[in-house]
Design a protein around this ligand. Structure first.
Ligand code: TXA
Ligand code: MG
Length: 319
């Protein structure tokens, strides 16, 4: 990896837009290429636990237990940053998100670079994240950016973003700022094994600046529907098209496996595939199976990707 360069690389979650943390021009370039506002911090990728000290102040015992228990894998841990870390990476916050990816290419690249890599997902700001190289190529061409083809991403949705608070000695609050593919139980396990008492909470406030409502947007609008409503009656199609302000009355249904692991792998690639059309809109139908444990991270992404959520709309709930 050349100094000062931004490279699109595969990780096990989604493709990332990576640059060395010690190259300010390249870090700035990530924001420019992505058209990302500077208030949304990047996460830093390390090849192994020992590299954390290049980015963060010393970790608490609980933070270390969690990182060592889950890494390499789809967990971003928000910890106190080192004072000399480029403030652009963490948008001036006192904290930094760190993750050790499991993907062998990503880890080898970080090793060879000899420095941690800052990398957001390799999509333009607010658009659907890429899980295949052609998704990255739909945003940039090879003249703008070096793009590494690592095949499809195995996990398919972004890492869980987590912060720990020690409420009392031995009592940890595990705050999930962005849900990911790891269950609450699996996240708690390394902490419990290290002797901590754990409570899990979900936060969706400005402390995770990237948790904006309109994220992951596909090329044509997505509408969330209550269960049992497809195929849509023509008056409903007209109602939706008018609410969305689209002239085309054709729609396509997003279909995902009921298994949350498989659904996560399919989600973004289906959103990319289905919006590669001139049809009016996409729909996704709720069902009891999609309320199963493991679906919360998927609903988090679907809600942010959707332009309209009609799941609790009265007219749509009583066919
Ligand atoms: O799986 C992933 O996490 C992928 C791959 C490429 O590693 N990366 C990714 O990056 O999803 P990005 O930038 O698209 O999302 C990072 C999220 C954002 O929501 C950001 O606001 C949050 O992490 N974040 C980063 N640093 C933070 C911090 N210090 N405090 C709170 N939230 C932070
Ligand atoms: Mg992203």
């Amino acid at each position: 990896m050349r100094l000062g360069e931004v490279v699109a690389i595969p990780t096990e979650t989604v493709y990332g837009l990576a640059a060395r943390i010690d190259r300010p021009d390249a870090i700035k370039n990530i924001f420019l290429l992505k058209e990302r506002p500077l208030f949304d911090p990047l996460i830093v990728h390390v090849a192994r636990f020992s590299q954390v000290s290049a980015v963060a102040e010393s970790l608490t015992r609980a933070e270390e237990a969690l990182a060592r228990g889950i890494w390499p894998g789809p967990l971003t841990l928000v910890v106190k940053r080192r004072p000399d870390l480029n403030p652009m990476i963490c948008s001036g916050l006192e904290s930094v998100g760190i993750r050790c990816p499991k993907h062998p290419f990503a880890r080898r690249l970080i090793d060879r670079a000899g420095a941690p890599l800052a990398a957001p997902s390799a999509n333009k700001f607010s658009r659907t994240s890429p899980t295949q190289v052609q998704h990255v190529r739909s945003f940039w061409n090879e003249a703008e950016l070096m793009i590494v083809d690592g095949g499809p991403c195995q996990v398919g949705i972004e890492s869980a973003v987590v912060r720990l608070r020690e409420e009392a000695p031995g009592k940890i609050q595990l705050e999930i700022l962005r849900p990911g593919s790891i269950s609450d139980l699996a996240l708690s396990a390394p902490l419990i094994a290290a002797g901590f008492e754990v409570t899990v909470s979900r936060t969706q406030d400005s402390s995770s600046p990237g948790q904006l409502a309109d994220h992951y947007r596909p090329g044509i609008p997505l509408v969330l529907l209550p269960s049992g409503i497809l195929p849509l009656a023509s008056e409903r199609v007209e109602w939706i098209a008018s609410a969305l302000g689209v002239a085309d009355l054709r729609y396509r249904a997003l279909e995902l496996d009921f298994s949350p692991q498989l659904a996560a792998r399919e989600l973004y690639s289906e959103l990319h595939r289905l919006s590669d059309t001139d049809n009016g809109f996409l729909v996704f139908e709720d069902s009891v199976e999609k309320q199963a444990p493991g679906w919360d991270a998927l609903w988090d992404r679907l809600r942010r990707a959707a332009s309209l959520d009609l799941r609790t709309n009265r007219e749509f709930s009583c066919p």
